[in-house]
Design a protein around this ligand. Structure first.
Ligand SMILES: [Mg+2]
Length: 245
């Protein structure tokens, strides 16, 4: 096996939630409800809980980080009550076409990692349910056990990801995420081959508030590549797929 430090292959980072499964699973709705319940459990009335939830999500990238910073919440308790209590087995199932996509990536040219703002147990659980756990080489996650952990779209998160995956050249990184904000954050650190997975028209919950996917995207003249299906990556990232695929 190649020593990762000497490995000069490209690295593809796949976001997990609402990327490896469709937003139509409504997992973001269920997650939003649990986070809301966590706020009300701290004693906030409904409207204040909703406001704070959205404010922290917008300000810190994750509601949890505001809860830690301002309300001394234990992130591991939050994770147990929010992410780990989701009935994921009833909400998502393996997608043979997605498994095939992962299998068709030429591993002599490219390593495949998952990269998420969730904590490790949730990330591993999703990958296991989708039967992708044997097809990824590594996982970048938010380490809730560390005080002041970073998350997307902060520069530090992407830089830490590069250190963890032992890749120093950002031009060798490919990345796909359903959050345009996260894609723009990645591009800002030189991940120029970042792609926005955008299921326009579907409904999702972000920061506890419902949204129609794509409606908030303002192109502003940027040239962010957008796909509506991960299968389109076969064309966008033609160089990492086996030629026969
Ligand atoms: Mg996502």
């Amino acid at each position: 096996m190649l020593n990762a430090r000497l490995d000069d292959r490209l690295v593809v980072f796949f976001d997990i939630d609402n990327t490896l499964y469709s937003a139509s699973s409504n997992i973001s709705h269920a997650m939003g409800q649990r986070i809301h319940a966590y706020f009300t459990g701290l004693g906030f009335p409904d409207d204040e809980a909703s406001d704070l939830h959205h404010k922290y999500y917008t300000q810190y990238g994750l509601a949890l980080r505001g809860l830690i910073r301002h309300h001394s919440v234990d992130p591991l308790d939050f994770d147990r009550k929010c992410d780990q209590s989701l009935p994921l087995e009833d909400m998502i199932k393996p997608d043979p076409a997605l498994r095939q996509l992962f299998q068709d990536i030429d591993r002599t040219k490219c390593r495949v990692w998952a990269l998420t703002n969730a904590y490790k147990p949730h990330a591993e659980r999703v990958l296991r349910i989708l039967q992708l756990d044997g097809l990824v080489d590594g996982l970048i996650y938010c380490d809730y056990a560390q005080p002041n952990f970073s998350c997307k779209p902060e520069r530090e998160y992407y830089e830490q990801a590069m250190r963890t995956a032992h890749i120093s050249d950002p031009s060798k990184i490919l990345f796909v995420d359903d959050s345009r904000t996260n894609v723009l954050g990645a591009r800002a650190v030189g991940w120029t081959r970042s792609v926005h997975f955008c299921e326009r028209g579907l409904k999702a919950v972000e920061g506890g508030q419902p949204k129609v996917i794509g409606n908030d995207v303002t192109k502003d003249g940027d040239d962010v590549m957008e796909v509506s299906s991960l299968q389109q990556l076969r064309k966008v990232w033609k160089d990492i797929f086996k030629h026969s695929a």
